[in-house]
Design a protein around this ligand. Structure first.
Ligand code: COA
Length: 333
C-alpha cells in the first residue's frame, strides 16, 4: 500500500524515549576495529552511540519509552487499546516483543503486535496507528520503536559496527479533533528486490543457525554501504515529496524536517531536496548513531521536548530502511 491521504482525527498526544546510559565513543571503537574518529565523523557525522547492557532487552527499553510517552500524554497504561512495536531486534522470535511490552506496561485491554519495516518503523507506525483509529478499532494506540542494534552487528566489521547504536522511542496516537499533533498525511513504499543490500542472511527459516553460520557470522547485519546510501537519498526524497503532496501542501510550507538519523550526509542531501535549510533540520546522529526505527522516534521526542519545533508549525518526518522500505508523515505540531 502506498499510503492514505488526510485520514482525520488521529493526533500524537505524547512522546517519550529511553537511551541506555553507557556511551561508546569513536575512540572506543578505535580499540575494536581498524578505524578512526576522523573517518567516522567525516563519513557519517557520528561521534558516539549508546550501548544497552547485557540483560536489557528491546522490550525493556521499549516499555520505558512507552511509559514516558504515556506520561507525556497523560494516559494511563490501562487505557491503551493497541500496542504496536517496530523492532529489528526482537527479544525472541516468538511471541512478539509487543506482547512483552504489553506485559511490562500492564495494559490489560490492549491488542499487541510487532511490525517489521526496519528504520522506517516510526512513520509506518504512525500511519498504522492512524489507520486503527480511522477504522474504529482503537481510541489510543501506543507506537513503540525499540532497537538493540549492538546485539546484531558484527563487532569485527568496521564497515557496519561504527554506524549503529541502541535506544527506544515511542508516541501515543489518539482520536481527537484538536489540531495539535495531527497526522496530516502518510506515505509508505517498499522495494523487496533490494533486500540483500541490507540484511541478516541467516538465523531465520531460510538459513537456520548452525555452526557454519556462527563461524561466518552470517547471522549478523550485512550492508552494501554505498548502494544503500544512494537508495536512501532517492527514497527519502520521494517519501518527503509524497507526504507533502498528500497533505495538500507545498514544500515551502514545511517548517521543520525531522529525518531518520543514519548518516549526516544523507540528512543533508534530503534537506537540500526538500528545500529545508539545515537550521530547521533536527539532527542527533552525532550523539546516538543509527538506532534503526528508534532513531526517528527519539529525534521527534527530543525535537518536541527541547523546543526545537514550535507549536502549530508543520514537521515532515521521513525515514528509509532495510527491505527496502521508506515512509514519511506531515505532522502539525
Ligand atoms: N573506518 C575506516 N575506514 C573504513 C571504515 C571504517 N569504519 N569503513 C569502511 N572504510 C573504508 C573502506 O574499506 C574503503 O576503503 P578502500 O577505499 O581502501 O576500499 C573506504 O573506507 C571507503 O569506503 P566506502 O564504503 O566507499 O565509504 P563511503 O564513503 O561510502 O562511506 C558508509 C561508507 C557506510 C558510511 C556510507 O556508504 C553510508 O553511510 N551508507 C549508508 C549506510 C546506512 O545509512 N545504512 C542504514 C540505512 S537505514
Amino acid at each position: 500500500m502506498s499510503g492514505t491521504t488526510g485520514v482525520p482525527l488521529a493526533r500524537i498526544t505524547g512522546t517519550g524515549r529511553y537511551l541506555p546510559e553507557q556511551i561508546m565513543s569513536n575512540a572506543d571503537l578505535e580499540k575494536l576495529v581498524e578505524t578512526s574518529d576522523e573517518w567516522i565523523r567525516t563519513r557519517t557525522g557520528i561521534r558516539e552511540r549508546r550501548i544497552a547492557p547485557v540483560g536489557v532487552t528491546a522490550a525493556d527499553m521499549g516499555a520505558e519509552a512507552g511509559r514516558r510517552a504515556l506520561r507525556d500524554a497523560g494516559v494511563d497504561a490501562a487505557d491503551v487499546d493497541m500496542i504496536i512495536v517496530s523492532t529489528a531486534t526482537p527479544d525472541r522470535l516468538l511471541p512478539s516483543t509487543a506482547c512483552d511490552v504489553q506485559a511490562l506496561l500492564g495494559s490489560p485491554r490492549a491488542g499487541a503486535y510487532d511490525f517489521s519495516t526496519a528504520c522506517s518503523g516510526f512513520p509506518y507506525g504512525l500511519s498504522i496507528a492512524q489507520g486503527h483509529i480511522a477504522a474504529g478499532h482503537a481510541e489510543t494506540v501506543l507506537v513503540v520503536c525499540t532497537e538493540k542494534m549492538s546485539s546484531i552487528v558484527d563487532w569485527t566489521d568496521r564497515t557496519t559496527c561504527v554506524l549503529f547504536g541502541d535506544g527506544a522511542g515511542a508516541a501515543v496516537v489518539q482520536r481527537g479533533a484538536e489540531s495539535s499533533g495531527r497526522i496530516l498525511s502518510s506515505f509508505m513504499k517498499s522495494d523487496g528486490t533490494l533486500a540483500e543490500l541490507l540484511y541478516r542472511p541467516a538465523g531465520g527459516v531460510r538459513i537456520p543457525i548452525d555452526s557454519t553460520v556462527l563461524e561466518t557470522r552470517t547471522h549478523t547485519l550485512k550492508m552494501a554501504g554505498p548502494e544503500v546510501f544512494k537508495s536512501a537519498v532517492r527514497s527519502m526524497c520521494e517519501a518527503a515529496e509524497g507526504a507533502i503532496h498528500r497533505a495538500g501542501l507545498k514544500p515551502e510550507q514545511i517548517d521543520y524536517l525531522i529525518p531518520h538519523q543514519a548518516n549526516l550526509r544523507i540528512i543533508e542531501a534530503t534537506a537540500r531536496y526538500a528545500g529545508v535549510p539545515m537550521e530547521k533540520v533536527f539532527v542527533n546522529v552525532d550523539r546516538y548513531g543509527n538506532m534503526s526505527s528508534a532513531s526517528l522516534a527519539v529525534a521527534f521526542d527530543e525535537a518536541r521536548e527541547s523546543g526545537f519545533v514550535t507549536p502549530g508549525s508543520l514537521a515532515l518526518l521521513v525515514a528509509f530502511g532495510a527491505g527496502f522500505t521508506w515512509a514519511a508523515n506531515v505532522v502539525q505540531l
